[in-house]
Design a protein around this ligand. Sequence first.
Ligand SMILES: Cc1ncc(COP(=O)(O)O)c(C=O)c1O
Length: 384
Amino acid sequence: MEGDELGVAATMVDGDWQQQQRRRGGCIFNGNGKLLEELVLAAQEGVFVNVDSEFDLDNIVSAARIAGKKVNLLLRINPDVDPQVHPYVATGNKNSKFGIRNEKLQWFLHAVKAYPNELKLVGAHCHLGSTITKVDIFRDAAVLMVNYIDQIRAQGFKIDYLNIGGGLGIDYYHTGAVLPSPRDLIDTSCRVLLNLTKCQVTSILKPILYLEVRELVLSQDLNLIIEPGRSLIANTCCLVNRVTGVKTNGTKNFIVIDGSMAELIRPSLYDAYQHIELVSPSSPGAGISTFDVVGPVCESADFLGKDRELPTPVSGAGLVVHDAGAYCMSMASTYNLKMRPPEYWTNTLETTCPYSATLLRPMGLHPKPKWLLLVPSLHGCPTL
Ligand SMILES: Cc1ncc(COP(=O)(O)O)c(C=O)c1O
């Protein structure tokens, strides 16, 4: 990384992705269950491969032999850092299924050395989890990873890349919280004990310094890779639903909608919060109550939101679940014979969907380069 020199590439988790990405520039093939045939494809294409386990390394060696090409490797080290997120989206603590245990680092370095014709170790990687909102978590990980890279280099490997992953959260709660951006992740300061033989800092009287991650990486002559993930697109889409009816069981009130966990599974899967609003202004006199917003699917796990203060909607009203980018359509299923929702794209608020302009404006949504609307029912977007 030189000054502002930036590049863009894709992280892939299976061979199909590779097929799709192969003509679009550099890639990293990542995952804890990569198949041999996918690794052969990666070796043929010359993409970076993250090593996740002992068996993964064996498969990478086999793939390199089949492809007749040396594979560029990054070791995915599990730094055992708590990302302070739901356990289902934490990936870099010691109970995680991802990465190699840091105490096995030496074993992996010996193993890589044993295959000089098949493997070339070029970097180290970690990924702590998803929806992370505190930039200091990445900062601590960067410092830990630079220490591992020191250990790796001490064994004679020429390491050029540090991949500190990603998992940046977004303002899912719509509180106006200012969350770290990919740029903040690079600019954040960290307290480091510098290896003075390598750093470019002149004063030898200050072995402990506060550096930006950017400076730390540059001082170690590394290229930095980050994986901003959902933070790039999560707030560009919303799931537009129609209210089927309102009911109560005596203690709880429910708004029943046509959308469900089949279209958007995050709330059911890991209790994720997605912000919910009614499309139309509530009718005069509509009382505000606390509702669970639920779908028609035959599990009690089928909810989009719990305990939401909302005006009591009329049947047929529009209800929007925000921030459906990244993990709505990509995780949607046809469970309960529901159809996957049609997608409507728009450059402005005037869209190919005849109703969406009227739908979005009352919600105070700001135009973005692109909005994606997902509409669960056959009836199309709800009207005002
Ligand atoms: C290695 C890696 N990079 C990037 C991501 C994407 O993160 P996000 O959840 O923010 O989309 C993931 C998601 O699990 C991941 O495992």
